[in-house]
Design a protein around this ligand. Structure first.
Ligand SMILES: Nc1ncnc2c1ncn2[C@@H]1O[C@H](COP(=O)(O)OP(=O)(O)OP(=O)(O)O)[C@@H](O)[C@H]1O
Length: 583
């Protein structure tokens, strides 16, 4: 029952629909008592030879009227109760999705996609069932069951009712025990299903690597083992599930035995009529559904409860990136000042960044270079507020980054990350993703700046070409340029290119860099790269090593300083000469 209590916010929100639905259920339960009663009356009338046509027609009319009423009311309560439960599913899905969008990338690093998918599908369906079928089964079993028992005890014989229902407590005990077992087994089955989702996702996205290293067989076997585990765990659920119906039917059978055995005695000694015993046995038949519903209720509740707990745990995950109460609503603009004394990733003991002090004037282009793992991406993620820096460690236009509302803060940034991502839509829509208002002309202009326009028009459907699963396959460099076009279309105050030109050849890169210089006058651009030639024209180059900026200056100044940067440039030139020589 705690599961219902946990959902009280929802039942309160939908209280009118639920109250009305339950009221209709009660009326239906009352009306359904009529037909068995009529059967008893008619049987007695036949037995006592006093059945007239008028009397029969009267009762038949009453039964038809009750039948029509029940038909209409059943239809309405379904809309009220099941309709509301669908609404709960939608609300939970929406909340979960919103929650996902608010979480930092650290969260997605920890949680696996398969788990998150299982939460958004199976778990929500189980909770939705609880608010629909769960409510129906409990109301029906209590109301319908209650009315039928009352009609048997008050209307016919309380002694016979008592004897007949003796086996019932055993049923309550058994069903609650099954429910408990089901809760545990269902939780394990859901977990295994999540793992299967993860496995599938990893297998599909890593299929190239698997093939390259000849691990197909191992991969298939591991998948098979996981899939078998899901089946085993679900079989364990089904085994308990399968116990519910036979147990209930067996107990109802015993009840019938008692009713007929003792009922015949009561008819013989004249305490009840034969018609009443007929009504009694029809009522007993009507108890089967409430009993089944009662058992089913525990089943639904246990499943819903396990799922709701899992959803709640997920919703309880707090993002460390939050808005302040009274945030600055402007889109950030102006000079960027960075003063990071030290930064640790959550749950990490090693400093990812330390002693970084640098400033950037609006309109400047900053190149960031350094070995893998030197902290370039981490620094940019702090700037983007994907990670939490210390209070005031980063300011834009003199205002601490965390003082801005996150939503407006991020509007200032265009980010082309290392892992570029294209959606399963047309190329035009992929570019326009950053600015849905953009016209076809704007899209083409951005594509031109990103040096991808010619490639696009060469495709059979041009800008209308679909990418993704059923679409065209683009090269890494083309995908990078589409991502750049997407960021340029947004025309952000601050543009970040994180190793975004790595798959583009030197000539095309030069073309893009020139376009950037022209287009982004007065706006700030950060370019992270492993290719020194990319940052030659930058206003300043930050050379990063071991989590800090070890050199900071223009290309010329750094070359004159003959430090790490000069060394890196020389090495790159040497490499280029060797490659040219080889050719
Ligand atoms: N989510 C994380 N949790 C803990 N440590 C991390 C996390 N991400 C990165 N690091 C660590 O932070 C340090 C800096 O990593 P970062 O990705 O910023 O380097 P980078 O210079 O951008 O490297 P690359 O050139 O390969 O992109 C590394 O030591 C890395 O192992």
């Amino acid at each position: 029952m705690r599961a219902f209590w946990d959902l009280r916010w929802f039942f309160w929100q939908e209280r009118f629909k639920y109250s009305f639905g339950i009221l209709l259920l009660i009326i239906v339960a009352l009306l359904s008592l009529l037909p068995p009663y009529v059967v008893g009356v008619v049987v007695d009338a036949i037995e006592q030879n006093r059945l007239t046509t008028g009397m029969l027609a009267g009762w038949m009319g009453a039964m038809i009227a009750a039948g029509i009423c029940m038909y209409v009311l059943r239809y309405i309560w379904r809309i009220m109760i099941f309709g509301s439960s669908l609404h709960l599913g939608r609300t939970l899905r929406y909340n979960l999705y919103q929650h996902f969008t608010r979480m930092s990338s650290d969260f997605f690093g920890r949680k696996r996609t398969g788990d998150l998918m299982a939460h958004a599908t199976n778990d929500i369906t189980a909770v939705q069932m609880m608010a629909g079928q769960g409510v129906l089964t409990i109301v029906d079993s209590l109301v319908m069951g209650g009315f039928v028992v009352l009609a048997m005890a008050v209307g016919i014989s309380w002694q016979l009712t008592l004897i007949t229902l003796l086996p019932m407590p055993l049923m309550a005990l058994l069903t609650s025990w099954y429910g408990h077992l089901l809760h545990q087994r269902f939780g394990a089955a859901q977990q295994s299903f999540s793992q299967l989702n993860n496995r599938t996702q990893e297998s599909i996205s890593g299929v190239k690597v698997t093939k390259t290293f000849g691990y197909e067989q191992e991969d298939i076997e591991a998948f098979d083992a996981q899939s078998r585990d899901v089946v085993n765990k679900n079989e364990r659920v089904a085994r308990i599930d399968a116990l519910f119906d036979p147990t209930i039917t067996l107990i109802i059978g015993v009840c019938y035995l008692l009713a007929i055995g003792f009922g015949a005695g009561y008819v013989n000694d004249g305490s009840i009529t034969i018609g009443q015993l007929t009504t009694f046995s029809v009522y007993l038949g009507m108890l089967i559904w409430p009993m089944l519903a009662f058992g089913w209720f525990f089943n639904i509740i246990e499943r819903g409860h396990a799922s709701y707990d899992r959803i709640r745990d997920l919703m309880a995950e707090r993002t460390d990136i939050t808005d302040q109460k009274a945030g600055v609503e402007d889109v950030p603009a102006g000079a960027v000042q960075i003063d990071i004394d030290e930064f640790y990733y959550p749950r990490s003991e090693t400093k990812a960044l330390h002693d970084i002090h640098a400033s950037v004037q609006p309109g400047q282009t900053i190149g960031i270079v350094g070995r893998t793992g030197s902290g370039k991406t981490t620094l940019l993620r702090l700037l983007l507020r994907e990670l939490k820096s210390g209070d005031g460690a980063i300011t834009i236009g003199g205002t601490p980054a965390e003082a801005y509302y996150l939503d407006t803060y991020r509007l200032a940034f265009g980010n082309v990350p290392q892992e570029h991502f294209l959606f399963s839509m047309t190329l035009a829509d992929n570019i326009a993703f950053s600015n849905p208002e953009a016209t076809q002309q704007d899209i083409q202009r951005a594509a031109g700046l990103a040096a991808i326009h010619d490639d696009i028009v060469a495709l059979p459907y041009g800008y209308a070409t679909a990418v993704g699963e059923r679409g065209v396959t683009l090269s890494g460099g083309q995908k990078q340029r589409i991502s750049i076009a997407r960021a340029l279309l947004q025309n952000p105050e601050i543009l970040i290119l994180d190793d975004a030109l790595s798959a583009v050849d030197a000539n095309t890169e030069q073309q893009i860099l020139e376009a950037l210089k022209r287009e982004r006058r007065g706006k700030t651009t950060f370019i992270v790269t492993h290719r020194m030639s990319t940052v030659k024209e930058a206003d300043a180059v930050w050379v990063m090593a071991h989590g800090t900026i070890v050199e900071n200056g223009s290309h010329r100044a750094l070359m004159e300083a003959k430090g790490i940067y000069a060394e890196m440039v020389k090495r790159e030139e040497l490499k280029a000469q060797v490659e040219r020589g080889n050719r």
